[in-house]
Design a protein around this ligand. Structure first.
Ligand code: PEP
Ligand code: MN
Length: 345
């Protein structure tokens, strides 16, 4: 049957909803000036004539706020780094925060090489309970100290649980919701309400449409700063850890106004496949990358096999520049100083 969206002047939303209800048409407000419900020809013609109605969109997608219905694109500014603009935004850093020296070394190296934002997990979602689970609150403190030494470089770190939202948001410029939590609606709601930019990763067993439904949780709770991330899905192919779904990147870019980035590291699982997957992601239309880098991958406490050395990360960016240019994007670098940060607004 499909869905219908009615946009109204902000002050008229409640009156329009009431007028439609009087004719047994139920539409619910999902954002200021936006009513949403089942598609219906009669309801549509009724709505069109109500005062304060701006537009009636029939056959709307089930994720209207994430769709391109209301805007063709909505760039997200994270501490001055823009996702979804002309520039390719690059987040890089270790899988996990392992200690002050490691974070300082890898963090300052990736920024010097051209990364625009730092990643590093303090709370790690691991398959085995016996694996390193991250430094937790101590890891957050190390990220906070790193930030103080590198003003202007935004920090992205994962939040695993609603109970961690406050502590993570106090440090992070962008809260990462990982693949395993993509459909954790309680976490989505808690993170949305905190109001900070969100990096929402696609679950490895979820469709791209389900990713947009999850984004809708954030958007309908008033958080507009949402960036999506394709990080690979489970397929029958054992050669890579996950299969980077470049088709979904193109599919998403045609259907959502939200920026979409690619994480080639978790998809590849091994470092020598990271660069080709990064290139494929950008060629498919991705707005940015998230890449794992480590100073000593053999000693990494998580995901060492897929970590790039600094030289390899630098080479990745070199290789990427002409690919970005070929699809009408730029890869400004290096971000050696904050004021020359090329993705800065
Ligand atoms: C990560 O980026 O640190 C991570 C755990 O990734 P994912 O949620 O995609 O597995
Ligand atoms: Mn990792």
């Amino acid at each position: 049957m499909g869905s219908m969206v009615v946009t109204t002047e902000a002050a008229a939303t409640a009156a329009v909803q009431e007028a439609l209800r009087a004719s047994s048409v139920e539409l619910r407000p999902i954002a200021p000036g936006v009513l949403f419900g089942a598609d219906d020809a009669e309801a549509a013609s009724l709505a069109r004539h109500l005062p304060g109605v701006l537009a009636v969109h029939r056959h709307a997608p089930a994720w209207p706020l994430a769709s391109r219905l209301l805007a063709p694109s909505s760039p997200v500014d994270v501490g001055g780094v823009v996702f979804g603009g002309r520039g390719i935004a690059v987040i890089a850093g270790p899988c996990a925060v392992e200690g002050a020296a490691q974070l300082e070394l890898v963090g300052s190296d990736v920024v010097r090489a051209g990364a625009h934002a730092l990643r590093g997990g303090a709370f790690k979602p691991r398959t085995s309970p016996y694996s390193f689970q991250g430094l937790g609150h101590d890891g957050l403190a190390l990220l906070a100290a790193w930030k103080a030494r590198h003003p202007g470089v935004p920090v992205v770190t994962e939040v695993l649980d609603t109970r961690q939202v406050e502590a993570v948001a106090a440090v992070a410029d962008m809260l990462q919701i990982g693949a395993r939590n993509m459909q954790n609606s309680a976490l989505l709601c808690a993170v949305a309400e905190r109001g900070k930019p969100v990096l929402l990763k696609r679950g490895f067993g979820n469709t791209a449409a389900e990713l947009l439904h999850s984004a809708e949780y954030l958007l309908s709770r008033g958080n507009e700063a949402v960036v999506l991330c394709e990080r690979g899905i489970r397929t029958l192919e054992p050669g890579t850890r996950f299969t980077l779904d470049v088709g979904a990147v193109a599919w998403l870019k045609q259907r959502t106004r939200l920026p979409v980035i690619v994480d080639p590291s978790h998809a590849a699982g091994v470092s020598d496949l990271v660069t080709p997957l990064a290139l494929a992601g950008i060629a498919a239309g991705a707005d940015g990358l998230m890449v794992e880098v480590h100073d000593d991958p053999a000693q990494a406490r998580s995901d060492g096999d897929q970590a790039l050395l600094l030289d390899e990360f630098t080479a990745l960016l070199d290789t990427l520049a002409p690919v970005a240019a070929a699809v009408g994007r730029s890869l400004g670098r290096p971000a050696s100083s904050v004021s020359s940060n090329p993705v800065a607004a």
